[in-house]
Design a binder for this molecule. Sequence first.
Ligand code: ZN
Length: 470
Amino acid sequence: MPTKEQDFGEWYNETVDKADLCDKRYPIKGMNVWTPYGWKIMSQIDSFLRREMEATEHDEVCFPLLIPESEFKKEKDHIKGFDEEVYWVTHAGLNPLDIRLVLRPTSETAMYPMFSLWVRSHQDLPLKTFQIVNTFRYETKQTRAFMRVREIHFFESHTCHVDQEDAEKQVAEDVEIVDAVCKELCLPYSLLIRTDWDKFPGAYYTVGIDTVMPNGRTLQIGSAHYYSTNFSKPYNITYETESGEHVYAHQTTLGMTERLLGAVIGVHADDTGLKLPPAIAPQQIVIIPIFKKDNADQVIGVCRDVAKQLKAAGIRVKVDERNDRPGSKFFDWEIKGVPLRFEIGGKDIENGVVTFARRDNGEKGTIGMDSLVEGSKMVLDMISKDMLEAAKAKQQGFVDDVPCMDAVDSIPEGRIVRLGWCGCPECGHKFEDKYDIKILGTPYKAENWVGKCSVCGKDGAKPAYAARTL
Ligand code: ZN
């Protein structure tokens, strides 16, 4: 098996297989089976999304999978963007359908005909909904578990507002939601307003949420969009103002997928296996009894008691009582990425402690039996904090500045650059073409940076980031 350093792609595929996160043998390419372990992690991630949605007063809905062609084709840019990626249902039994049906690639065109019925007056706004469903896109590039698949585990929020100001407040709230979720996953990320030629089909603007893989390529893990009235016009989503006028609603969406899990693997796992952030680990602590023939019952009894105390305190814990050597158990749980391992043997019991080993950095220590719950929680918190900090430091190290394009011949593989950009498309395309790189966008939150356009030299340029994407 290649190391993470040698061949990221191969290493990633092997790591997913070894940890048994999904089964790729299903006979449709790019449609994988979620195994119990992978699904537990994904469900945990979904629970954070649901928690944030509830805290911000979004209501969960569940729309049909099929969309009639007539509705799907209403927004021109949107359909252009997805035309080559959609799956069609053309028959019902033996009969061809009068109106073909699309398997949703995303749900704008399913939801908005209904929104036009739901939204009547200004009192119906804001309308804030979300759903977690599967979507389908015919991916033509090489598929990769959780990162590029044809059946996607998809989170999408869709909102309607009275005006631009209220809609843009929603985008700002989306950014807070993303931050809360990424913290749980120990994932650093950046927020960049995509170029006009790279925004979501139909959006007024798109905020891309990117993280960096260890090979220096970026991975989009989500996106927030302001649609203005681009969809409410073709779908006729209007509301009556207090003065009786009929006005088009302003809309936003936020989307994230199972790529969040792919990103966690890519950013944190190592050549041994996964390293799961404690918040999403199906088992946060695994307890390995270390016993001899004469004290087996006592040691296993203490292990079970420790597990019971931790469980009562809300910690996800498992005692590995399999009839196997401790060393081989250690190895199995390292592959699975369990954040914290406890070893309990006769000596530990005598000393009133448990011995622990951290998966993230290999550090070892002990926790007193008399402060088991607090001690365990403290170490798990430290693991989260350290995983995020380590990933942040690594990602910041990928970025170089390009003050002037004439001074730089090429941008090496694995580097991300910050350039000055006047914002005009010609300069943007020129930069992308010369270096065979993609401009990811300009910072959503203003950066303290003043300079010239790296391409044309004009003053007053904004910073922009460019990278090669995974
Ligand atoms: Zn320029």
